[in-house]
Design a binder for this molecule. Sequence first.
Ligand code: CAA
Length: 246
Amino acid sequence: MKKRVAVVTGGIGGLGTEICKQLAKAGNKVIATDLAARAERVDAFIKDVDGLDIHFEPGDVGDFDACAKLVKKVEDEHGSIDILVNAAGITRDCTLRKMERTQWTDVMHINLDGVFNMCRNAVDGMLARGYGRIINISSVNGQTGQFGQTNYSAAKAGMHGFTMAMAREVARKGVTVNSISPGYCETALVMAVPEDVRNKIIDSVPVGRLGKPTEIARTVGFLAAEDAGFITGANIPVNGGLFMSS
Ligand code: CAA
């Protein structure tokens, strides 16, 4: 059987790296894309994923035309994009009353516009081929809101609406669109939260610890699988019990 081709944005980041590894170990060819400006991390990434069918392609999810070029390049060189994982994300934490306009627009631009930019460019090929798995990495904070994150919570909640709407539009064509809402995990993003604040958050997690990037990657692998075709428009929380809803 032909290998499926996966593109992972934020691919060399904390969650992204483990997502790439999980997808490659499941037998997919993986293209990790991330900012060229993060190039200093690429060598470590390549070493980390040594032996797996994972390739790095620089790209900026905030730039619509760059996303179009990236999608075309991957399709030309590898034949298709079958799996798209939107894992690129940033934080600019700050209470609303102190928030600069750029702290709002930067977060919306990367976290939400970035999902549009990639999906809009990848969707035609998926529909034409009658197969696709799109997985958007949202956040528990898009479900609950978080102090100091009006920008991030809004963008992550927006991803849920986007996911459900797109899922409806492509459901009859073999393309599924789902989101995952990670809780607090062992990533640089979470380690940037002041230690006292972070410790209080960890205390409030029923499982009593931060999540591991591999635990998020496992869920991506589940949704990206060939036989996950009846799961669409869903959001899977992976948060150690931090937020429970029926
Ligand atoms: N709930 C209610 N009140 C709170 C609070 C909370 N969670 N946290 C702080 N406060 C209160 C303080 O006690 C203080 O009160 P007083 O003014 O009465 O003393 C006041 O709010 C502080 O307000 P400031 O605007 O001065 O806030 P600050 O500058 O000290 O810090 C912050 C604000 C930078 C947002 C800081 O609270 C913070 O870093 N919070 C963590 C945000 C967070 O969880 N980010 C997640 C990043 S990881 C991620 O996003 C990944 C993912 O998907 C899970």
